[in-house]
Design a protein around this ligand. Structure first.
Ligand code: DHB
Length: 317
């Protein structure tokens, strides 16, 4: 019998599969759907900000057979509402499906505000957070590239909250040297950063609607973050390169380009510990996890691999 159990930052996971933040995880109803879905090992919320946000004008999401484009503009219910949902509902299910928050903020002070609130509350809060330093879609906001100074400041802040464990959601980094520099900085904070998620969507994409001959998206002049099949080789490279550069104690969450079990398996071979699913979840709904788990088990069984730890990993050159 193939065993696909694993862990993320010490939390036991039934499978290595979870949603990518932003995908079907904004409302309580959507998050509860995950709890009832076989195949998921963990769940993460939509990136939340201190205050609720409406997000950008619609259409702000588009799809082709190869993937998706989005410029949602951080539409979310706000930290207080997610804390309320966690306390009243999600914590009850967290043993069956560990559910953690994705935190986003425009600057380090806003991150500090959110973390202070989470640290001070008497309520039950998740033990783990994915800190998003990579949102590409704020009108007039950043360009989706990694700012190493901002990253260092955020890490310096996380260091003050040793009671929590953190992951970092990064944008794709387009050179070997940049990944090395980012990893060198992150390695200094291995006591608080337990995983790196690579990567967020490809920033500054553009897709044209076949009927309208216009950009699929209304905000940001049609530019948005691209996900799906378009991303697969980028994600594999990010995962593999980070595995070469990060300390062994920091896990890697692969995100981008997962359509079938073979894509999950490839990311595990490249060095991922956990795999997130975005565009496929948007298109197919949460039952994609049930299918992906079965497909992964089938591949492992055919190769006579009984546990995830036995999957042959790419070696460093
Ligand atoms: C949004 C998109 C992202 O890629 C992200 O990391 C956070 C928010 C958005 O447009 O809502």
């Amino acid at each position: 019998m193939v065993d696909v159990r694993t862990n993320l930052a010490g939390l036991p996971l039934a499978t290595p599969l979870m949603n990518a933040s932003g995908c079907r995880c904004t409302t309580l109803d959507e998050l509860l759907q995950f709890v009832w879905t076989p195949g998921m090992g963990a769940a993460v919320t939509k990136s939340m900000t201190l205050l609720a946000r409406e997000g950008n004008a619609k259409p702000r999401y588009g799809e082709t057979v190869h993937g998706t484009i989005n410029a949602n503009g951080l539409c979310n219910l706000g930290l207080d509402m997610y804390m309320h949902h966690y306390e009243k509902t999600l914590s009850v299910f967290s043993e069956a499906l560990p559910t953690f928050f994705s935190l986003s903020a425009m600057d380090v002070r806003a991150f500090e505000h959110m973390l202070t609130k989470l640290a001070k509350t008497q309520q039950d809060v998740p033990p783990l957070f994915e800190v998003n330093v990579s949102c590409p879609n704020l009108v007039g906001g950043g360009n989706g590239a990694l700012d190493l100074v901002h990253l260092s400041r955020v890490l310096g802040l996380l260091h003050h909250y040793p009671q929590f464990r953190f992951g970092l959601k990064l944008p794709p980094l387009f050179s070997m040297a940049l990944t090395r520099r980012a990893a060198d900085i992150i390695n200094l904070y291995a006591h608080v950063v337990k995983f790196v998620t690579c990567s967020n969507s490809l920033p500054k994409g553009l897709l044209i609607g076949p009927e309208t001959d216009k950009p699929m998206l209304a905000p940001n002049g049609g530019f948005g973050g691209v996900g799906g099949v378009y991303m697969k080789p980028v994600t594999l490279a990010e995962v593999h390169r980070f595995r070469q550069c990060l300390d062994k104690g920091i896990q890697i969450v692969g995100c981008g380009g997962v359509v079938c079990g073979r894509d999950v398996y490839d990311l595990l071979v490249a060095g991922a510990d956990v795999v997130q699913v975005g565009s496929t979840l948007m298109h197919e709904g949460p039952t994609c996890f049930t299918r992906l788990e079965l497909e992964l088990r089938g591949i492992m069984q055919a190769k006579n691999i009984l546990r995830l730890a036995q999957i042959p990993k790419l070696t460093a050159p």
